[in-house]
Design a protein. Structure first.
Length: 335
């Protein structure tokens, strides 16, 4: 998904001093999420270890593989999508994590493999600009109902867990029967609203479509909706059958700073760092001890508190089928 983006953004970096090269490089997707990763992880880890950390991005899977294949890896810790992280570990592109350094005992086991741990996780939920429409959809079926809810609705443009699951849920598939995904059925359901979709390519674009009323409802990452709500707009959300996915932290195979990378991930996944990340982004912490360090009012807004009808995207399934799903996804969009 994000690997296919061409994004131009102003990256704020912690530049190394003239007399000293960066000790390690952290690579993320840019935007407000990486701003928080920099502030709460890199900027706080660096003085503890007396190192410098350079920020790079956006994450690009093709670029990372090229570095690994060439034996010239300049990225040390990378924020990747969970399905890619699982796939890359299987394909020998990542260093095995050192769990003697990284304490995985208090990390959410849904987002832990031999090669990756969760940096944060998020929900895809329904959002609606209440000031722009007479009524708001509260279920996936309603979001796909263009008669009851006319006008544009927005969805994520790239192939990733979320939209296909939403289409199947809207078509009446039971959550426990989602996987393996019935792609024929999912695309048939998406066909019914294809002309009414405004695709968003970045989180910022999703916020713009919603706030302007151009697409007054759609499927969004929960943290992006939280930010729009904080701006004062009358935004309604529905967590009904919210769909969980995650970003993982990985170390590319062949990094020259493996030991430092392990220490960085240990710091980033600590209870304190995960609490700070959650506060800054609205996404859920992967450390199980973070909630007790946070304001209860903030904790109540996070995905880990919305479990009544919550659905965990099957990341193993997506890791196995991500390439074939992507090929069909982009071919369908191009029709």
């Amino acid at each position: 998904m994000k690997a296919l983006l061409t994004i131009v953004f102003a990256m704020t970096t912690l530049l190394p001093t003239a007399s000293r090269a960066a000790d390690m490089v952290f690579t993320g997707w840019g935007g407000t999420t990486q701003d928080v990763e920099k502030a709460e992880w890199a900027d706080k880890f660096a003085p503890k270890e007396n190192v410098t950390i350079l920020q790079d991005g956006p994450t690009d899977y093709g670029k990372m593989k090229a570095m690994i294949d060439a034996g010239n890896v300049s990225w040390d810790v990378v924020d990747v999508e969970a399905d890619y992280g699982v796939q890359a570990g299987r394909n020998g592109l990542l260093e095995k994590l050192d769990f003697g350094v990284i304490d995985k005992s208090r990390l959410d086991p849904r987002f832990v493999t031999d090669y990756a741990v969760g940096g944060f996780y998020y929900s895809t939920i329904i959002g609606c600009n209440r000031g722009a429409v007479a009524a708001c959809p509260t279920t996936w079926a309603e979001l796909f109902d263009t008669k009851k809810f006319p006008g544009k609705r927005s969805f994520y443009k790239w192939s990733t867990p979320g939209v296909l699951e939403a289409a199947l849920l809207a078509d009446g598939v039971s959550p426990d029967k989602l996987y393996p995904l019935d792609l024929d059925r999912a695309f048939k359901k998406l066909d019914t609203i294809k002309s009414d979709i405004d695709w968003w390519a970045t989180g910022a674009q999703s916020q713009q479509l919603l706030a302007s009323g151009e697409a007054p409802y759609g499927a969004f990452w929960n943290g992006r909706l939280a930010a729009v709500i904080q701006s004062g707009l009358n935004i309604e959300t529905s967590w009904d059958k919210n769909i969980i996915a995650a970003d993982l932290l990985v170390v590319p195979k062949g990094t020259k700073n493996r030991d430092l990378a392990m220490k960085f991930i240990a710091f980033a996944t600590s209870a304190e760092s995960q609490a700070a990340m959650a506060k800054g982004t609205g996404y859920a912490p992967t450390n199980l001890d973070s909630a007790k360090l946070m304001d209860p009012a903030i904790v109540k807004t996070l995905p880990d508190q919305q479990t009544a009808t919550q659905i965990n995207a099957d990341l193993e399934y997506w890791a196995t089928h991500r390439d074939e799903i992507a090929a069909r996804w982009y071919a369908w969009q191009a029709k």
